[in-house]
Design a binder for this molecule. Structure first.
Ligand SMILES: Nc1ncnc2c1ncn2[C@@H]1O[C@H](COP(=O)(O)OP(=O)(O)OP(=O)(O)O)[C@@H](O)[C@H]1O
Ligand code: SF4
Ligand SMILES: [Mg+2]
Length: 324
């Protein structure tokens, strides 16, 4: 297995109290595989990714338990200098907002080229040639001319392609893409997602794709992990989740996607709000919002049960949920 996150816990100490952002997350990704991580805003998707990458803002954030085993070693046990070597070269991240991730005063060619000069010891000329090659690779038209331009001279979609090029530069084994297309128009979104999926395939990388849009992941992901209040509540191959979710929260997310075949129907949105992470409800954290909740849900926390070799659900009533 390329990456195995085991029982990860992350807390944020704030003036108002301790926010338990990640509460025992375990997931894994293999080479060539795409894991989609799904969940509403605040469910802990990004914080989990930051802990994996080693970029958790700390303080206030702190990993309080767990392991991040990447290519056989627990990254949480490495010194910062060693982790820095892993970052960029072995695992890279693509963020939602390219404009704030790219350096506004350096040309795109200089930023891409720097990766090769710093990490591969290339000359400026060779690094520039590599930058153009990468820009071609992510299908930026007229790469040779545009390599001299600055980030603000590119459209949102093109900037996102540059981010992907930066992430790919050193051919990492794993890419974490955190809402890589959220800021883009729908058509551009699809193109960027397609490109990312294609490159992931070609380079046989592991890809963790964070999104709150179930519609986006259907075509590109192999498995989905659904997060709620810092926990994984369901994990399954994409097709099976679409066929029949084994958790009421997943069902709610699925029912919230617009479907072409049900035009005009009102969208079901999950009622209520995600919990305050400083006081997560006892029992099943989803119980105040769950249409299937029973008494036991208010007192007993459901464990993430294995339904079969590929599938897990943290619901006392997963069988009833599967049956619809
Ligand atoms: N820098 C921070 N300081 C304090 N609390 C934080 C910080 N970053 C995250 N948190 C806490 O962790 C929770 C989970 O945040 P996270 O960014 O992982 O959510 P997310 O699932 O990525 O949501 P979104 O879909 O909005 O990106 C937040 O709701 C917040 O309580
Ligand atoms: S355990 Fe209970 S409250 Fe939680 S999702 Fe299942 S039915 Fe709903
Ligand atoms: Mg996020």
């Amino acid at each position: 297995m390329l990456l195995e996150v085991r029982d990860l816990h992350v807390e944020f100490k704030t003036r108002d109290g301790v926010a338990r952002a990640v509460n025992g997350v375990s997931y894994s990704v293999d080479a060539g595989e795409t894991l989609a991580v799904l969940g509403e805003s605040g469910s802990g998707k990004s914080v989990t990714a930051q802990a994996v990458m080693g970029i958790l803002p700390s303080p206030p954030g702190r990993v309080t338990a767990g392991e991040v085993v990447f290519q056989g070693r627990d990254l949480l046990k490495l010194k910062e200098s060693e982790r820095r070597k892993v970052r960029g070269a072995e695992m890279a991240m693509v963020f939602q907002d390219a404009l704030s991730s790219l350096n506004p005063v350096l040309s795109v060619g200089d930023q891409l080229g720097e990766m090769f000069m710093v990490h591969r010891g290339m000359s400026k000329k060779d690094a520039r040639a590599k930058a153009v090659e990468l820009m071609d690779r992510v299908r930026i038209p007229a790469a040779k001319e545009r390599v001299k331009q600055y980030p603000h001279q590119f459209s949102g979609g093109m900037r996102q392609r540059i981010m992907i090029a930066m992430a790919l530069a050193l051919e990492p084994a794993l890419i974490i893409a955190d809402e890589p297309t959220t800021a883009l128009d729908v058509t551009v979104q699809a193109q960027v997602m397609e490109l990312l999926a294609e490159l992931q395939h070609e380079y046989h990388m592991g890809l963790i794709l964070i999104t709150h849009d179930l519609g986006v992941v259907a075509d590109v992901a192999d498995r989905i992990a659904v997060m709620y209040a810092g926990r994984i509540v369901e994990q399954a191959p994409v097709r099976e989740i679409y066929k029949a979710p084994a958790h009421p929260y997943t069902r709610g997310l699925l029912d919230s996607i617009p479907r072409l075949d049900q035009k005009g129907q009102q969208l079901y949105a999950i009622k209520g709000l995600p919990p305050n992470l400083m006081s997560i409800p006892p029992g099943c954290a989803f119980h105040p919002r769950c249409p299937m909740a029973q008494d036991i849900c208010r007192t007993d926390e459901p464990r993430l049960n294995k339904l079969d070799n590929y599938r897990q659900s943290a619901c006392h009533f997963w069988e009833e949920c599967l049956d619809g």
